[in-house]
Write a protein that binds this ligand. Structure first.
Ligand SMILES: NC(=O)c1ccc[n+]([C@@H]2O[C@H](COP(=O)([O-])OP(=O)(O)OC[C@H]3O[C@@H](n4cnc5c(N)ncnc54)[C@H](OP(=O)(O)O)[C@@H]3O)[C@@H](O)[C@H]2O)c1
Length: 343
């Protein structure tokens, strides 16, 4: 009718850890879908990848349940409730082991308890866990890690993610969904970047003589899947996420070298030697109360040869098909690093 104003109210989504690598892409994907996006950040968080004027900021202190409750009740008073929450904030590296449990487990618990106690349970609460929560697959049979397997994380990060999953899955009447990505790469990412830099410098290191079988997911595919899962009717399920393929570590290097147009010096370090150095460094650094980049946890991840996992259920439930395989993803990400002056 002429003169009548139609107001279409879009669902609200809160994304914690929005300032980070995956979080900033989640925000972009949610905006693309015309959701009203609340970017969960800390006061100290960088907003350099959160420049879209449609973004609303939720400065959230997840260290304190009371503060989260105050925030949720304040939003409620303003008529704002969150239809979907993606809890993506977390740490993958830590100076002290306890930090993994404090940030990944206790802060998640703070958030969930605050949601329950303030009567703010969303339609869906998506927790971004990790393949590390289950650990690598069997190195002899090389069978993929299956959804029904008993988790066997090999590092403290993975153990903290598993503890968080156990807490979330123990909840009654709470609409959780758990997403466990394998290695996530893409623009803005800083860990695989170190590997790309190493290849660019002409070095191609391997640890141990057995090839590693790796799995990956490009960040743009991952966030598309997470948003599909968040708004779907599916709840109380967990999924591993990869691009559906498996890659030998030498294939990863070959793809990188091809797109960098680079020749390298390939060398293999015996696993025992690297393990010994990691242990020595960890003991030395512990005297100063810190953690070296190469530590026993990191070594346990690097020496594992089977990072394959079950993805058929994911593909069926969400009709998910990755648009990026490693070749396409690495090509795009290297272009991004070059354009941004990182490489
Ligand atoms: N990258 C991967 O390969 C991968 C694979 C599987 C799962 N994951 C999971 O994906 C999630 C995002 O990882 P990412 O790779 O995007 O990491 P990232 O770039 O380091 O981003 C982490 C985000 O978490 C926030 N955060 C960290 N500590 C916090 C705290 N104490 N309070 C509030 N926010 C805090 C950070 O905020 P600030 O910017 O303020 O520090 C940042 O926004 C994590 O849960 C991680 O475990 C990542």
């Amino acid at each position: 009718m002429l003169g009548e104003t139609f107001c279409l109210i879009m669902p609200n989504i809160l994304i914690t850890g929005s300032s980070g690598f995956i979080g900033s892409f989640l925000v972009e994907e949610a905006l693309k879908r015309d959701l009203t996006v609340f970017a969960g950040v800390r006061k100290s968080s960088s907003r350099s990848y959160l420049q879209d004027p449609r973004i609303r900021f939720a400065v959230l202190d997840i260290t304190d349940k009371g503060r989260i409750m105050d925030f949720l009740l304040d939003q409620k008073q303003k008529g704002i409730t969150f239809d979907y929450i993606i809890h993506n904030a977390g740490i993958t590296k830590a100076k002290k082991t306890d930090d993994f449990y404090r940030v990944n487990y206790s802060f998640t618990r703070n958030l969930v308890e605050a949601l329950i106690e303030s009567g703010s349970i969303p339609l869906k609460f998506v927790y971004i866990s990790s393949l590390a929560a289950f650990g690598p697959g069997d190195p002899v049979s090389m069978k993929p890690v299956m959804l029904g397997d008993t988790p066997k994380p090999v590092d403290e990060y993975g153990k903290s993610k598993l503890e968080t999953e156990k807490y979330i899955t123990s909840l009654r009447e709470f609409p959780w969904l758990i997403i466990r990505p394998s290695g996530v790469y893409g623009p803005r990412e800083k860990d695989y970047f170190v590997y790309f830099q190493t290849i660019k410098r002409g070095m191609e290191p391997y640890i141990g003589y057995k090839p590693q079988i790796l799995t990956f997911i490009y960040v743009r595919d991952l966030v598309r899947l997470i948003l599909d899962a968040a708004v779907s009717g599916i709840r109380e399920r967990s999924y591993f996420v990869t691009d559906g393929k498996q890659y030998d570590s030498r294939e990863f290097a070959a793809i990188t070298k091809k797109h960098l147009n680079k020749k390298t010096l390939s060398f293999t370090l015996p696993a025992g030697l690297v393990g010994g150095i990691a242990l020595l460094l960890e003991k030395t650094f512990s005297l100063a109360g810190s953690m070296p980049t190469l530590n026993t946890d990191k070594f346990n991840i690097m020496k594992s040869t089977n990072w394959t996992c079950q993805v058929d259920v994911l593909q069926n439930d969400f009709s998910f098909k990755a648009e990026y395989d490693l070749d396409r993803g690495v090509k795009e990400v290297l272009e991004w690093y070059k354009n941004e002056g990182w490489l």
